[in-house]
Ligand binder design. Structure first.
Ligand code: SAJ
Length: 421
């Protein structure tokens, strides 16, 4: 049983808003806080300002029951959950300024005894840093150390957030065992998975390690795809065969790693222990180099088309999102590759294909040689087809690409035309 009846959730983004809504669904009074007035207005109207399946129903219900409200100022509450972004600086070190601002925003409301939980993905030591920021604002509470701090990193997959919030196991790192226990009791109001307790630094590193594990394994697959190209071996067949071994499970190569998590979090480990993080750093570098390798593949095919026809090739770029069947373009290698194709082939028409958006994103919109095009029409018109995202909508198009130069970075058409013909 939790002794907490009111929670302020600071940051109403992809993690904060679902967490606020699910706490409210389970009877806790929740007040959401965000710097964006637009987000605050949307939430107070029971709306969700981004796409996440099922979230809208939770938010609308919670607001109509009077259990969820929002504002730009932090109110008093029994517990605070900080779910703000942690981007990195140019030197790849973590930018903790949003966490610091959240700490300064909640400090004036404290009376002593509150629980302050950091959910944002953070480098080791960030929860202790948040405590230092809060106590610096409230020296009257510092001597008795009467506040409790905990780190409870989010682990949900975008697109499945409302399910995974309930079913995933959680890690809770407490500044004291009591802080960890109170956090466990609060999360147990909605989490049906195990809630495992540790200290704050271990919890922080555990989250970073989960995403680095995936990054390193994707880098292995990406490196294999480049090795196979050199050796003229089909990487997809190779991986399928190797994965028949009972202890081998190789992931899938692609055009690079996108999204705002896996391509970012490993750098926090590298920054914290640079000399010891050689494999993690290499993996990041391999995954970051993959878009350049894809561009080189297109260049080789463009040279052949130019030689054969005497004109610049029409290039279809299939997919702009960072992974299949979503509309999220953040840190998307597919989007970056399409922009670079437009730059590197100024005489070519680039047909950008993304069934999940209605207009070209800003990075492509101003370019004269790029236009948004429906999938089948793009494949039909192109000399070179570059498959960047394995959206289900593209699965039947391989046959139409037969006879054209194809760079299939996802292996989606592998059983149709060859990987790279
Ligand atoms: N990718 C590949 N090959 C693969 C798998 C993925 O190239 O075999 C690429 C995807 O195309 C995409 C990128 O990796 O560009 C990341 O996609 P993802 O589906 O692996 O992960 P995210 O970024 O959507 O969510 C991850 C999840 N972490 C792990 O699976 C360890 C999620 O559970 C975390 O909560 C989330 O990061 C986060 O917020 O940290």
């Amino acid at each position: 049983m939790t002794d907490i009846s009111s929670v302020a959730v600071i940051g109403l983004g992809y993690i904060g808003l679902p967490t606020a809504a699910i706490l409210a669904e389970n009877g806790i009074r929740v007040h959401g806080v965000d710097v964006s007035q637009r987000t605050v207005d949307a939430v107070n109207a029971g709306e969700v300002p981004f796409v996440e399946p099922d979230l809208h129903g939770f938010v609308a219900r919670a607001v109509s029951k009077g259990l969820l409200s929002a504002s730009t100022e932090t109110p008093a509450a029994d517990a605070y959950i900080v779910a703000v972004p942690t981007p990195f600086h140019a030197d790849k070190s973590a930018d903790l300024s949003y966490i610091e601002a959240a700490g300064r925003g909640l400090a004036p409301q404290l009376r002593g005894g509150e629980l302050i939980i950091l959910e944002s993905t953070s480098p080791p030591g960030a929860t202790e840093h948040l405590a230092d920021v809060v106590y610096a604002e409230r020296p009257d509470l510092a001597e008795a150390r009467s506040l409790q701090f905990a780190h409870c990193p989010e682990r949900v997959l975008p697109g499945k957030v409302m399910t995974e919030l309930v079913t995933n196991d959680r890690i809770v790192g407490g500044s004291t065992p009591e802080a960890a226990e109170r956090t466990r009791a609060l999360y147990a109001t909605f989490c049906q998975g195990q809630i495992l307790l540790t200290d704050t630094r271990t919890a922080e590193l555990a989250k970073l390690v989960e995403n680095s594990f995936r990054d390193v394994n994707i880098a292995f697959a990406n490196e294999l795809s480049m090795i196979c190209q050199e050796l003229d071996i089909d990487v997809w067949e190779l991986i399928e065969l190797a994965n028949h071994h009972p202890r081998v499970n190789i992931l899938q190569p692609g055009p690079g790693v996108g999204g705002h998590c896996i391509a970012v979090d490993p750098w926090f480990i590298v920054d914290a222990a640079p000399a010891q993080s050689r494999l993690i750093r290499s993996a990041r570098e391999i995954n970051d180099s993959k878009p350049g390798w894809v561009i080189d593949q297109v260049k080789a095919r463009a040279f052949d088309v130019q030689q054969a026809t005497g004109r610049a090739p029409v290039i279809a770029a299939l997919g702009l999102a960072f992974k299949p069947n979503i509309d999220d373009l953040r840190e998307s290698p597919a989007l970056g590759i399409t922009a670079r194709l437009a730059e590197e082939f100024p005489a070519s028409t680039i047909l950008a294909v993304e069934p999940h958006v209605d207009e070209l994103p800003a990075v492509l919109a101003g370019r004269e040689n790029v236009r948004l095009c429906p999938p089948a029409e793009a494949v039909e018109a192109a000399d070179i087809v570059v498959l960047l995202v394995d959206h289900t909508a593209f699965s039947g198009l391989g046959e139409r690409a037969r006879g054209k130069a194809v760079v299939d970075t996802r292996g989606q058409w592998r059983t149709e035309p060859a990987l790279v013909s």
